[in-house]
Write a protein that binds this ligand. Structure first.
Ligand code: 6PG
Length: 241
């Protein structure tokens, strides 16, 4: 089980409550993440007959996705979105959608029409417009999963760039000069990522210690721009805080 340290309300903003969950091992973090996702799905499906989840990209969530492959849930009620996507060909192995497909989605009966891939092969501007149009038909997400970069970025929201904090921001942003390759990306805005009942950051690896410490000390890293109404759960490996 994780050791939950006291929720810290930073910046005196009661809405921005962080719950820092410290896990002794990566495996313990991943198993808890899987159970948290399944619990959220069960609740949403029982209440609203649908579960809307936004997936994190990168490498951290891969094993969580692999573990989900063998779980029992009403997959027909799942609706899957992506927090960001790299502007690469649709079947490029470096696409976040491809990682999720190979690790998980190709192995479970989520209806294909419920897997909402960002058409990033169209280019950042066209894809962000298309995905924003889709997201404008979707209400609050039930669960958002996010990773954290060494520079404090999340999704494809990078330091010094437009994070889309305002409610007037487009739901999806075109990113043209990402410091993490590829430079061309699409990202949900910070505001749109915040429209969720639950949000979990999955953070493993010693390289994340610096952004975590900065975040805990109140630095306005891009991840700190995500402010869901029910706060944020940050799943950390021991030693990162
Ligand atoms: C991406 C991700 C990005 C990722 C972080 C952490 O497209 O790369 O959306 O935000 O979550 O960079 O990446 P790792 O999990 O590989 O450390």
């Amino acid at each position: 089980m994780s050791q939950i340290i006291r929720p810290s309300i930073l910046n005196n903003n009661p809405r921005q409550q962080y719950r820092w969950h410290i896990f002794p091992t990566t495996s313990a973090l991943e198993l808890t993440a899987v159970q948290s996702i399944l619990d959220a799905a069960q609740l949403a499906i029982s209440e609203r007959k649908a579960f809307h989840i936004v997936l994190a990209g990168g490498t951290t969530p891969r094993h969580v996705y692999e573990l989900l492959r063998n779980k029992i849930t009403d997959w027909s009620a799942w609706h899957v979105y992506f927090g960001d996507e790299r502007c690469l060909p649709a079947n490029d192995a470096e696409r976040n959608s491809q990682m999720a497909a190979h690790a998980w989605l190709n192995h479970v009966p989520v209806p294909p029409e419920n897997i909402h891939i960002i058409p990033a092969e169209l280019g950042a501007t066209a894809a962000s417009h298309a995905y924003a149009h889709l997201l404008n038909t979707v209400g609050m997400f039930d669960m958002v999963l996010l990773g954290l970069g060494e520079d404090g970025h999340t999704a494809s929201l990078f330091p010094g760039q437009d994070l889309g904090i305002s409610p007037d921001s487009p739901a999806a942003l075109a990113v043209h000069d990402a410091p993490k390759p590829p430079p061309e990306r699409v990202s949900l805005s910070a505001w749109r990522l915040s429209q969720t009942n639950q949000l979990i950051f999955l953070v493993t690896g010693a390289s994340k210690q610096q952004p975590i410490k900065a975040w805990k000390n109140g630095s306005e890293i891009p991840a700190a721009a995500i402010k869901p109404i029910n706060g944020v759960d940050i799943f950390l490996e021991d030693g990162l805080l």
